[in-house]
Design a protein around this ligand. Structure first.
Ligand SMILES: *Cc1c(COP(=O)(O)O)cnc(C)c1O
Length: 429
């Protein structure tokens, strides 16, 4: 076999992988149409027809509702906005606790802080990287007001199980489904199994509107609260005769007509884009199956994984070299990947210092909830030692390139003893 590119040999993949672009002539036309109309957004921040947005926004929400088979859809200008709105909609207040995973984009875990609530971290499963129900059970307290499950990398968290747990305690289950459009658990779409689900439409996700997000719910009351939080609800609670105005001072989380027009077009393409990622992931997973020490991503029974990221586990003891040198060798072969996904989020200064909204007198500053090292050992181990991630969503990869990616992994793997000499793993020293 050829010499490793890391050591001066020829790389398996020459040059960069082509970037993924989901935008075509349809989106250009849709944007031009809206631009010609002169009306780039139709929202109005007081009660009336336009309180709920313009024609494109409404059409996009309706199309989303039909696609995901859900009663209410509330578009927003990002999933971050959607998560903040969701935390307000379920009625979080100072001192309430929200159970979150440490392995997710930071917006999931900081969104409760806007309401003075306290994020409580539960650990994740070692093979799906989503919340572990047992760990969630241990994290529950009389103050738990919500559980926020993340369908990480496009694999559903144990959503039905978490929903039963939440319902049994009168707790809300929020789904951060930013990475999982079309993912499914037991025949239902991820995002629609919790009381409230949030999708992302930022540039890096399966489909996008530049920036954007979608909140979905079956619950009439939550839907109204989301609409109010999205658009200066304080102006509207009086005409609507709403008595419980907790958290209904609103934001401007409104989506533009331009974004909604793009979204309508993108939504029509989702059934083409997502299966391409699934096929790529299958090729990669099959390609590394059977190599001792490398474990392809698990798909739990009854689930559809949509592979926003394809992530496999690396066991340095079995492979015999460190994860870091293995990744360097893969990168040199032209396979872009990185280790660990991200540092478990409780290590962020906002948790270590317990400062968010001012430094004194808030429940978060005074809480005894732990953010110490060792809190979520599975997430820490995946970050420090085991996980290798490939951002499937960033690239446009055909069958030939998919085969090359597999070849790169197999080439590096077959040279693992050379790599071990190059940079030995902790265990072999
Ligand atoms: C991307 C992402 C978000 C934030 O989405 P934005 O639309 O960029 O605000 C939140 N949670 C997860 C898990 C994400 O991947």
């Amino acid at each position: 076999m050829k010499k490793l590119a890391l050591l001066g040999g020829p790389p398996v993949i020459e040059g960069l992988l082509p970037a993924y672009c989901s935008v075509g002539p349809e989106e250009v036309e849709a944007v031009a149409d809206v631009a010609r109309s002169g009306c780039l957004s139709s929202f109005y921040g007081s009660w009336g027809d336009q309180f709920l947005g313009g024609a494109k926004v409404k059409a996009f929400e309706n199309a989303w509702a039909e696609k995901f088979n859900v009663k209410h859809v509330i578009s927003v200008n990002s999933a971050t906005s959607g998560l903040i709105a969701a935390m307000g909609a379920v009625g979080l207040g100072p001192g309430d606790e929200v159970i979150v995973p440490p392995f997710t984009m930071s917006a999931t875990v900081v969104s409760p802080l806007f309401y003075g609530a306290i994020p409580v971290f539960a650990d994740i499963e070692p093979d799906t990287f989503c919340l572990d129900v047992k760990s969630v059970e241990r994290a529950l307290s009389p103050r738990t007001k919500a559980i926020c499950a993340v369908n990480l990398f496009g694999h559903p968290a144990p959503l039905h199980e978490l929903r039963r747990l939440a319902d049994g305690r009168g707790t809300a289950l929020i789904e951060d489904n930013a990475q999982g459009p079309l993912a499914m658990e037991n025949g239902r779409y991820a995002g629609t199994i919790g009381h409230l689900g949030v999708f992302s439409l930022n540039y890096h996700k399966h489909i996008h509107t530049g920036e954007g997000g979608m909140c979905v719910t079956e619950d009439d009351r939550l839907a109204v609260r989301l609409q109010l939080i999205r658009n200066h609800g304080e102006n509207v609670v009086e005409p609507l005769g709403i008595e419980d105005i907790t958290n209904l001072i609103g934001f401007n989380f409104r989506m533009t007509e331009l974004s909604a027009a793009v979204g309508l077009s993108q939504l029509r393409k989702i059934d083409r884009h997502v299966p391409r990622r699934e096929k790529l992931a299958e090729t990669l997973s099959r390609g590394i199956a059977g190599l001792p020490g490398l474990t392809p991503p698990k798909v739990r029974d009854g689930c559809r994984h949509v592979y926003y990221v394809w992530a496999f586990r690396f066991d340095e003891h079995t492979v015999g070299c460190s994860r870091e040198v293995f990744i360097r060798a893969l990168n040199a072969e032209g396979f872009p990947c990185w280790g660990g996904y991200l540092r478990p989020l409780y290590f962020l200064p906002v948790f270590q210092k317990r400062i968010a909204v001012g430094s004194k007198g808030f429940p978060f500053n005074q809480s005894e909830v732990s953010y110490e090292k060792g809190l979520c050992p599975v997430a820490e181990r995946l970050w420090e030692k085991e996980l290798i991630c490939f951002e499937t969503c960033a690239y446009d990869i055909d069958d030939v390139r998919a085969a090359k990616l597999v070849e790169a992994v197999r080439k590096v793997y077959s040279h693992r003893s050379v790599l071990a000499e190059h940079a030995p793993s902790a265990s072999s020293s």
